[in-house]
Design a protein around this ligand. Structure first.
Ligand code: LLP
Length: 423
């Protein structure tokens, strides 16, 4: 459920017409709904509580939407943060996430990033390999600290909406095998700079079938039990993120209640705290990208192009993963549906959002909204073709605020410096 709806043929975000935001801020622009963010976080928390999962750490995966206002909205509800870089640690802290709710994942943390995270006092560093374990141990000792770590396991279960976002097969770069995990856990227990507190996994993203998750979590359960049987303390099991959302062209994702019930089944009787790293399921349906139609270009031989002022640099998912986003007119016109190729102005064919999409009549100057764009939308935007970074707006009820302004062209140029020999 989300808070984007048509009222008298006009698309609203909560109580604000999207057209009003477009007029005030210009297009393209991302618009997020506070109520939808809150709802998704709360629905997950309540589903877990109802299934009997006590006091989970729900660490929002910042990579899905790192905007400070978005993260702060969630932090105020008690969300933690799953981060993968120093930049994300800094964002989580700046947004008010307490360090004891920050989990640091990622296969290539640098020495500087590890030091920063340890100094900040993050709850857990998810260690993805033996060299990384040694790095964390070394850095923590240098700082006179003992870092709490979890070993990230690769459960060798494939899942996810696209090969590029599946992370759980043994040939992917993430985590270590089960046998390695046992060896590294024992090794970590004897290191002065780290204290192993648990194990972690994450098998992929946009997962619409619970079976692979349940398979992976069953294997994780076995690992926890083996470690405990060997006399090791395991306090936390981090089950990652990955639950899919409806993009309209894919199978309906499982409900939070079914997901929570599966979690409860998989972890029954285990005496560990659970952590989750959801990104998409919280943010995706809480955001849209609003764009304006520049031209409708009808070719003599029949193709009809809807040329927008948004491009692949603003919303990369269709170009990168052939992702489907529902496209809706912001003001609905009467008339027959027609097939459009929806494209941006960037000079490559990949800058095509969709082909042959049936849409209501649209004219130059009309606004359209790409739905389900709140996760991995603005987060993956760039200035390709020297287009200004897309702005972001947060709505709450009848009010809205620009939470990342559109830079000016002067801002863009001022970030660069000439080489001295070119002066
Ligand atoms: N935890 C870890 C360790 C992850 O790598 C990810 C996502 C998450 C949590 C959050 O997963 P989620 O709940 O959002 O599925 N750019 C791609 C998605 C990449 C996901 C990468 N890892 C897309 O636009 O579909």
């Amino acid at each position: 459920m989300n808070h984007f709806e048509l009222r008298d043929g006009e698309l609203f975000c909560e109580d604000v017409p999207l057209a009003r935001i477009a007029e005030a801020v210009g297009t393209p622009v991302y618009v997020y709904s506070s109520a939808t963010l809150a709802r998704h976080f709360t629905v997950l928390r309540e589903a877990l509580a109802e299934a009997g999962v006590r006091d989970p750490l729900i660490a929002f995966a910042l990579k899905a939407n790192p905007n400070l206002a978005v993260v702060r909205t969630l932090a105020k509800l008690g969300a933690g943060a799953d981060v993968v870089s120093e930049g994300e640690v800094r964002r989580a802290l700046a947004a008010g996430v307490p360090p004891e709710r920050i989990v640091f994942s990622g296969v290539g943390k640098t020495e500087g990033e590890v030091a920063f995270a340890i100094e900040a006092g993050v709850a857990e560093i998810n260690v993805e390999s033996e060299p990384e374990l040694e790095l964390v141990n070394r850095v923590a000792q240098r700082l006179g600290k003992r870092a709490e770590i979890a070993i990230r396991v690769n459960p060798d279960v494939g899942a996810g909406g696209h090969a590029k976002i599946s992370t759980g097969k043994s040939d992917s770069k993430f985590g270590v095998s089960f046998s390695e995990a046992e060896r590294l856990y024992a090794k970590a227990s004897n290191m002065a700079g780290v204290r192993p507190v648990g194990v972690a996994c994450h098998i992929g993203s946009q997962i619409t079938d619970l079976a692979p998750m349940e398979e992976a979590f069953g294997k994780m359960r076995g690992l926890v039990q083996r470690l405990q049987a060997e006399g090791m303390r395991v306090e936390r099991l981090d089950l990652g993120g990955g639950l899919g959302v409806p993009y309209f062209n894919q199978p309906e994702p499982p409900s939070p209640a079914d997901y929570a019930a599966m979690i409860a089944r998989s972890t029954k009787g285990l005496d560990v705290g659970l952590a989750f790293e959801p990104g998409r399921m919280i943010a995706a349906n809480a955001g849209v990208l609003v764009a304006q139609v520049i031209h409708v270009h009808e070719r003599a031989e029949g193709r009809r192009f809807l040329v927008l002022d948004a491009a692949m640099n603003d919303l990369l998912r269709p170009a990168m993963y052939d992702a489907y986003h529902d496209i809706r007119p912001v003001r609905l016109r009467d008339g027959e549906l027609a097939a459009y190729d929806v494209v941006g102005p960037i000079c490559e064919t990949g800058d095509t959002f969709t082909r042959d999409r049936a849409l209501p009549p649209l004219h130059s100057g009309d606004l359209v909204a790409f739905m389900t764009a709140g996760a991995y939308g603005a987060a993956m935007s760039s200035e390709y073709n020297s287009r200004l970074l897309v702005p972001e707006v947060l709505v709450r009820g009848g009010e809205f605020a620009v939470v990342r302004p559109r830079p000016s062209y002067e801002d863009m140029l001022a970030r660069e410096a000439p080489a001295p020999w070119l002066a």
